[in-house]
Design a protein around this ligand. Structure first.
Ligand code: SF4
Length: 205
């Protein structure tokens, strides 16, 4: 594990941006509670990087390989820093045609009231959203994800419904026993969005 915090990291052909460690959920399974990072990258930030810090790191790595995608995804919820996501996406769009994905808990509108979050992301050049919905109803969502907002589950569903008109959207769920996977799968069929299961990485100590 690297000692220095990593703002930019990579896995396979994707380049990832770890811009915050803050999140409006506190999912019990979240591996940031147990691990320092992933694949040898240290995702524990000692402080949130400025836009200039992120660009400095991106300049080092953006053209190092033919990446498939740039993904906002780290040890936190990227849309806690909407303006940062927008600025970095605009910066990327001027330099490359790479798809830009935001991996999000779907709280974008709750976190940024009075802003047209989805339209802003679209205009900045974001191409897809991956929304983690690790529950099949509000009760299980509150139990598993422990959101800071009331009625967060309904808001995430609204976020998905609106997002699919503008973006390529997938919904993901971690394979934990509390989630009725078939119900989530049915829900995504009704919402007409892609569905992907993610493995549960257990803590072994
Ligand atoms: S939404 Fe993601 S980053 Fe936030 S606590 Fe849950 S798993 Fe962790």
């Amino acid at each position: 594990m690297r000692r220095r915090s990593n703002i930019v990291y990579w896995m396979e052909d994707n380049l990832y941006l770890n811009i915050t460690n803050r999140c409006s959920n506190s999912c019990y399974f979240c591996f940031r509670h147990y691990w320092k990072g992933i694949e040898g990258f240290n995702l524990r930030l000692t402080q949130e990087p400025s836009v200039a810090d992120i660009i400095k790191e991106l300049e080092k790595y953006l053209f190092r390989r033919p990446w498939k995608e740039v993904v906002f995804c780290g040890f936190g919820e990227p849309l806690m820093r909407l303006d940062c996501v927008l600025e970095i996406s605009r910066w990327l769009r001027k330099r490359s045609n790479l798809p830009i994905r935001v991996n999000t808990n779907g709280h974008g509108c709750l976190l940024n009231p009075n802003r047209d979050v989805l339209k802003l992301l679209k205009e900045a050049g974001v191409t897809s959203l991956s929304v983690s919905l690790n529950a099949h109803d509000e009760y299980s969502y509150d139990l598993i994800c422990r959101p800071i907002f009331k009625q967060a589950y309904e808001s995430v569903l609204e976020f998905i419904k609106k997002a699919k008109d503008l973006f390529d959207v997938e919904v993901t769920t971690v394979t934990i026993p509390e989630v009725d996977i078939s119900k989530v799968s049915d829900l995504t069929l009704r919402l007409n969005v892609k569905f992907r299961l993610r493995p549960y990485i257990q803590c072994f100590y």
